[in-house]
Design a protein around this ligand. Structure first.
Ligand SMILES: Cc1cc2nc3c(=O)[nH]c(=O)nc-3n(C[C@H](O)[C@H](O)[C@H](O)COP(=O)(O)O)c2cc1C
Length: 305
């Protein structure tokens, strides 16, 4: 749960009654009182700071807010659509890393990028576990592989397959069974010292949050994606890791070992390091599949371009 938010403070004499803060607030905190903006429902404030950000006279203060050092605000938006598209298409899942460790200040800069991701109700509820010690990464790898060994040995048998179908659903059970040959192959490579799980990355990061919150999954995923873009812009690479997310959530041993609280769930994980690969061409992807609601007929699918 987010710690209590301090509502904004309006410097009444600086307010020019433009009402922008009242219009922008998603939580009905501000209203015009005697032709000046005023905080009337401070308890409802989620601390998003939209009001202060739109105020032309800086008449709104966010007291108690954590003040970030930041580059001075320049042109808006900060990047062009062309540059952004390039950035999005350049970012690839990096599975080849150099053996260079990631300096702490770079890791912090990357994790810092997650703080600016949106969170439902501005809960800012994302927590990170960063594993940076080679011994600990090796231990985590071992634990994760043991977890999958057990799971795959179950789905080899009919009875185990039935249990997995009942617990996780038929589609997942079938997916796992189809993945068996690939998993066995990857396992063999791992036995030969080729880390096909964490790709010999010097850092493994997990994002976790309270599981009661329906936004936690999105919050963690988007935060880590922000981190991955920052990593890319700093010349590092990342690869999301669904295997680890699944293992951390289904093995209480792994979850405890990672220091993830019992009431949290892990929603995203990734490896991080300096890439030992250069992508010479941009990625191609299918056109966006966009549906339109057509009452009575079901949604019609069309492509965006
Ligand atoms: C939720 C999620 C889980 C993923 N899990 C893994 C994983 O466990 N191992 C891996 O090598 N790649 C993993 N990936 C990377 C995808 O395979 C990759 O994003 C996809 O192939 C597209 O490649 P690109 O990211 O380079 O564009 C994952 C990606 C996502 C979004």
């Amino acid at each position: 749960m987010k710690q209590k938010v301090n509502p904004p403070v309006v410097i009444t004499e600086d307010c020019i009654a433009c009402q922008r803060c009242v219009a922008i607030c998603p939580s009905f905190v501000l209203e015009m009182v005697e032709a000046k903006a005023a905080v009337v429902r401070g308890d409802w404030c989620i601390g998003c700071e939209h009001c202060g950000a739109v105020c032309p006279t800086a008449a709104i203060l966010h007291e108690g807010a954590v003040l970030d050092g930041h580059p001075s605000k320049g042109e808006v938006p900060a990047t062009s659509p062309e540059n952004l598209e390039l950035l999005l298409r350049e970012r690839r899942s990096v599975r080849l890393y150099t053996s260079d460790p990631v300096p702490e200040e770079i890791l912090n800069k990357i994790l810092n990028a997650g703080r600016y991701a949106p969170t439902g109700s501005n809960s800012e509820n994302v927590h990170y576990t960063a594993v940076t010690s080679p011994d600990q990464i090796a231990e985590l790898r071992k634990k994760t592989i043991t977890f999958y060994d057990k799971m795959f040995s179950r789905i080899r048998g009919r009875f185990g397959m039935l249990i997995v179908s009942l617990v996780a659903g038929r589609k997942i059970a079938e997916y796992l069974r189809e993945s068996l040959p690939k998993m066995e192959y990857a396992n063999e490579l791992i036995r030969q010292g080729k880390d096909r799980l964490f790709h010999h990355a010097p850092v493994v990061i997990l994002a976790h949050a309270e599981s009661w919150d329906r936004s936690s999954s999105f919050n963690c995923s988007v935060a880590l994606y922000n981190c991955s873009l920052m990593a890319h812009s700093l010349g590092l690479g990342c690869c999301f890791n669904g295997f680890l997310v699944n293992a951390a959530n289904h093995s209480s041993k792994i979850k405890r070992w990672l220091g993830i609280p019992a009431d949290h769930k892990c929603y995203a994980a990734m490896t991080l390091g300096f890439p030992d690969v250069k992508y010479l061409r941009l990625v191609h992807r299918y056109p966006a599949r966009v549906g339109q609601p057509a009452p009575g007929e079901g949604a019609k699918q069309s492509n965006a371009n």
